[in-house]
Write a protein that binds this ligand. Structure first.
Ligand SMILES: Nc1ncnc2c1ncn2[C@@H]1O[C@H](COP(=O)(O)OP(=O)(O)O)[C@@H](O)[C@H]1O
Ligand SMILES: [Mg+2]
Length: 366
């Protein structure tokens, strides 16, 4: 498409009105990339006065890769092409802003290239929200990777699939959905930017709320993903902290009775911790218990003995086991598998209405 800027006075007046009232920044360049006209909105956004902008080469307001973008885009204009792109620039005060630019070439009466006009929207807020989302996704992926590595190291690949499936489920439920709806909102905002900035502001507020929720969910999953640093913190402290956190989060009274040495083999510390965590997660999710009693001691035959007892609603063990064969989760089967990996014995005693007691006995080999 070829646009002609007529110099006639009346047209000039109409352009001027459109120029000043459209609510977005507008800038006209001559054939040498010098700024020959800007509207108030662009002065306001950039922090530069009209005098500071007029006559300058447009690239002088950009740095590095962004300058390259502007040069490349202008070349397209000289070939008669219109385009839509994103670029970053600093305001006069040095604040970095992101812009969505729509630019079209201009031609004189003879059809000779005569410069370009650009409509410039400030999309900094949307961009920042997008970046935050990206950071979180990366952080999460890193955690999953680290966690998988830890598991491969510890168990030579056993139990990794189940663990991964469980994580995938948790991430899907808690996070992917939040991220997806945020992305939709961002797209929506981008489309609204031109003609309804007020609504965009409202949408951004809603987006902020969604993101805050997503961040909370991320923290929760990461807390669950992370294996504590047993080396640094010590087994007993790790368990104390875990129980404290459990009480705080669930309001369930949980007592801890520990008679173990700190120097248990690392494999046993990690394995036992995972069993405890799953047992406690089950209590939190299913038991409706008021009290939990967790006991961990070494007996005189050098066995580690764990008991997790709750006064919740109990359940039909056979049914849960046949069902969990098909459910891809860590769960009861996972706890049993974990115990077996440590060469131990896993038992569950439960009955409907009678609470649940999980017992683990593991030999401590030096
Ligand atoms: N402490 C408990 N109190 C009551 N029900 C439990 C408890 N532990 C497990 N269950 C029941 O056993 C089922 C299987 O548990 P599990 O294998 O951990 O899978 P999930 O927790 O993913 O449902 C649970 O769905 C629940 O019905
Ligand atoms: Mg479970």
């Amino acid at each position: 498409m070829v646009y002609k800027v007529d110099q006639a006075e009346e047209l000039e007046g109409k352009y001027r009105m459109f120029f000043e009232n459209m609510g977005e920044g507008v800038c006209i360049l001559n054939e040498n990339m010098a700024i020959i006209s800007v509207n108030d909105k662009l002065c306001e956004t950039s922090g530069y006065s009209r005098d500071e902008l007029l006559g300058k080469e447009v690239t002088s307001f950009f740095e590095g890769a962004n300058k390259k973008i502007i040069e490349k885009e202008f070349k397209k204009r000289t070939k008669g092409k219109t385009s839509h792109y994103t670029v970053a620039a600093k305001t006069k005060e040095g604040k970095e802003l992101f812009f969505s630019v729509c630019s079209v070439p201009l031609f004189d009466k003879e059809g000779k290239f005569d410069g370009a006009v650009a409509v410039i929207s400030d999309i900094t807020k949307t961009k920042k929200a997008e970046e935050k989302l990206k950071e979180h996704t990366i952080e999460l992926e890193k955690e999953v990777e680290e966690r998988t590595e830890q598991l491969v190291d510890l168990y030579g690949g056993v139990a990794v699939t189940e663990e991964r499936n469980r994580l995938a489920q948790e991430i899907h439920d808690g996070l992917a959905q939040t991220l997806a709806s945020s992305l939709l909102k961002i797209d929506f905002c981008e489309r609204l930017l031109d003609d309804n900035p007020k609504k965009v502001k409202k949408e951004l507020l809603a987006l902020r709320k969604i993101l805050a929720k997503g961040i909370k969910a991320t923290r929760h999953v990461i807390f669950d993903l992370r294996l504590p640093k047993f080396h640094r913190t010590g087994f007993v402290t790790v368990l104390r902290k875990y129980l404290e956190e459990f009480r705080r989060k669930t309001g369930i009274a949980a007592t801890l009775n520990l008679k173990v040495e700190e120097s248990l083999p690392m494999k046993i510390q990690v394995g036992t911790y995972r069993i405890i965590r799953e047992a406690m997660n089950n209590i939190r999710k299913h038991a409706k218990a008021k009290n939990v009693d967790l006991r961990l001691r070494t007996d005189k035959n050098r066995n580690l003995r764990l008991i997790v007892k709750d006064d919740g609603k109990g359940f039909d063990l056979n049914r849960a086991l046949t069902q969990s064969k098909y459910a891809k989760n860590f769960g009861l089967t996972g706890m049993e598998e974990q115990t077996k990996l440590l060469g131990g014995i896993f038992t569950v005693k439960t009955e409907k209405g009678q609470g649940t007691k999980i017992e683990v006995k593991v030999p401590i080999e030096e």
